[in-house]
Ligand binder design. Structure first.
Ligand code: FES
Length: 101
């Protein structure tokens, strides 16, 4: 188990190691719009991992390719549908746009 903090809502939840980040966000009551069903093709689940980047799975080629097409990406950008929470350290994410509503 590790702690997942979700900004800007300020929600904190405990997450089992191996949980997909998208699922963890849904479990925490976040309203998510995922147009592609988690296939790294819509970009709707773009968020920032602001702390604990070693506590999540590494960037996949598909994720990297999609991020390259999005506006507003940075070195903390990830696609929630492609990230697994490893459980090795606490993680903080900042939801963006549609994900923060
Ligand atoms: S849900 Fe579409 S890219 Fe993540």
């Amino acid at each position: 188990m590790t702690t997942l903090t979700i900004l800007p809502a300020g929600v904190t939840t405990e997450v089992e190691a191996g949980t997909p980040l998208l699922q963890a966000l849904i479990n925490a009551g976040q309203q998510l719009i995922t147009k592609c069903g988690g296939k790294a093709s819509c970009g709707a689940c773009h968020l920032f991992v602001t702390q604990g980047r070693k506590g999540v799975s590494k960037l996949t080629p598909a994720e990297n390719a999609k991020l390259d097409t999005l506006v507003g990406i940075g070195n903390k950008s990830r696609l929630a549908c492609q990230v697994t929470v490893l459980g090795t350290e606490p993680v903080t994410v900042e939801l963006l746009g549609a994900l923060s509503g």
